[in-house]
Ligand binder design. Structure first.
Ligand SMILES: [Mg+2]
Length: 194
């Protein structure tokens, strides 16, 4: 079974990295506490006059490189590997890619080891990547193709919207149970066809 794992909001803590830098840079400006975040795109929840400044924070050199891992994520990737699952990291770079692309590679090397950089798939269109499961915090993932993977939503406060209530949710605390369930359902569907 091939598992594609997203980076930001799944193994790399983009939201807390942003908040930390935002509050350090603009201590007197408005901010949204993590638990109150309710839009997938960070800038969507900030007022018009702050959107450009918000965007600048995560385009700064060093932003992506120094993101903390999300608790349990690194361990889960190693455990998947030990269990014989084929794991790839599947991430979309920012449109302003200058720092983000290289720093995603560095992040993977620093947090998982250089061998994992060979398993990094960087694309703006994840529907083109083949896999059985995509673990991603983005509620709706669309692109040029019909995806081969089932999208399992990595649970975050900002993606708890009604439109995706039908999708399975996973965290690094329950990932084994959820993946087992997805796999056994998929296996059952296959045996019905045979
Ligand atoms: Mg993400």
């Amino acid at each position: 079974m091939r598992i594609l794992v997203d980076m930001d909001g799944v193994i790399a803590d983009f939201e807390h990295g942003f908040l930390e830098d935002w509050r350090a840079t603009y201590p007197d400006k408005f901010y949204i506490p993590f638990e109150e975040r309710n839009t997938f795109q960070l800038t969507d929840q900030y007022p018009e006059d702050l959107k450009a400044l918000v965007g600048q924070i995560y385009c700064e050199p060093g932003f992506f490189r120094k993101l903390n891992p999300i608790a349990g994520g690194i361990e889960a990737l190693w455990e998947m590997d030990r269990l014989g699952l084929e794991v790839f990291i599947c991430t979309s770079p920012l449109k302003i890619y200058q720092n983000c692309v290289i720093e995603k590679y560095i992040w993977v090397e620093e947090n998982l080891g250089v061998a994992w950089t060979k398993r990094l798939v960087m694309t703006r269109d994840k529907t083109l990547v083949r896999g059985d499961i995509l673990i991603d915090d983005k509620p709706v993932i669309e692109g040029a193709d019909v995806p081969a993977w089932e999208h399992v939503l990595y649970d975050q406060p900002y993606n708890r919207t009604a439109e995706v209530s039908h999708k399975r949710r996973l965290t690094w605390a329950n990932w084994k149970e959820v993946l087992w369930e997805v796999n056994s359902v998929a296996g059952h569907a296959q045996s019905q066809k045979d």
